[in-house]
Design a protein around this ligand. Sequence first.
Ligand code: HEC
Ligand code: HEC
Length: 346
Amino acid sequence: MRLVLSMMSVAVLAAACSGAATVPPVAGPPAAATALADPWLRPAAVPFTEGNAPNAARIELGRALFFDPRLSGSNMISCAWCHNPARGWADGQATAIGHGFKRLGRATPTVLNTAYNPLQMWDGRKSTLEDQALGPIGSPDEMNLPLDKMVAKLSAIPGYRPMFEAAYPDEGISQQTVAKAIASFERTVVSTSAPFDRWRQGEGHAMSESAQRGFALFNGKANCALCHQGFNFTDNGFHNIGVRSLTDSEDEGRFAHRKVKVLKGAFKTPTLRDIDLTAPYMHNGVYKTLEEVVDHYDRGGDVKANLSPNIKPLGLSPGEKADLVAFMKALTGTPAHVEVPTLPVD
Ligand code: HEC
Ligand code: HEC
């Protein structure tokens, strides 16, 4: 069950959501009510898993764990190695680089707004952030630290003990408390106000005219909003959009977990928030630029087997393509101050 956090009680999260305070004075209903009613604007409340309401101690512990390379067998790889805040919480690689610099099969998605995802991963195989957090630590290809060893290793670092005690009194240092703390930190990584948001809130010039035309195309001729909808620009669904493979082995995507034919080669619709910061694009990083992504949709995808019926050639003019790209670039939020922790030692 997912609950909604009262922002009033958590100063740290409230600061991260301060975008609402920038609503310009407009005639009509109060600004806060307007923001809540607009499906294209992020709701200030961040959902969380029952039994793990975020508080300052949980967030600080999670922040330390997220940035701590001691959560890997090599003492080199933290979550932030792949989910780097300076790279839009991704890594700039076509596909991720794991333990021993091994090239993995899929691109690193951003952790921005993952608090709002009903399902995590390109194939949706995880649901809550708590479910997701231990996977990369234990995986031999990623952080390569067996989870029982992780608990022993963290327990031997004196600086962590008071942090766990403050965050989860009487629960101890365990796989569960590690996962809960990391998830609490991730719930602070939310999108900030972008030119698009300010334009929605009534600042007519916050977004260029080209970007405004792009938004109209996004909802109209280009039909992007069919899948990239709402404040997080995703329907949280899975679609095969005809992305060509870069290797001999075929990635079946969602089909590996739900054997329904339409899900063969289908991947989760990713958020487009801060999309300009997270090139390359797609589950396999096949495109280096947003222009290449728009060309992909314009030609109706590449692989036709099991292609979504909603992917068809669009017949966009060069100007229309540029407008769509300008619109997507207007989804980059004001840079958030990311506090990198001093790691606990002794
Ligand atoms: C080696 C690089 C790497 C490391 C280290 C890593 N991740 Fe990831 N992360 C990925 C990749 C790649 C995926 C997508 C994998 C897939 O879909 O099969 C992913 C997916 C995710 C997602 C799902 C995002 C979404 O939109 O579906 C979350 C959340 C996440 N990682 C959090 C973490 C946390 C927390 C840690 C540390 C405990 C971590 N990751 C460590 C590469 C990494
Ligand atoms: C039928 C649903 C659907 C439609 C329509 C659609 N998309 Fe997508 N989009 C997806 C899915 C699913 C992916 C991930 C596909 C993959 O990696 O194989 C994606 C990926 C992307 C990405 C890469 C995101 C990233 O983080 O790698 C961008 C950018 C994008 N779409 C923009 C658009 C634009 C612009 C349009 C309209 C021209 C559009 N999409 C239409 C479903 C859709």
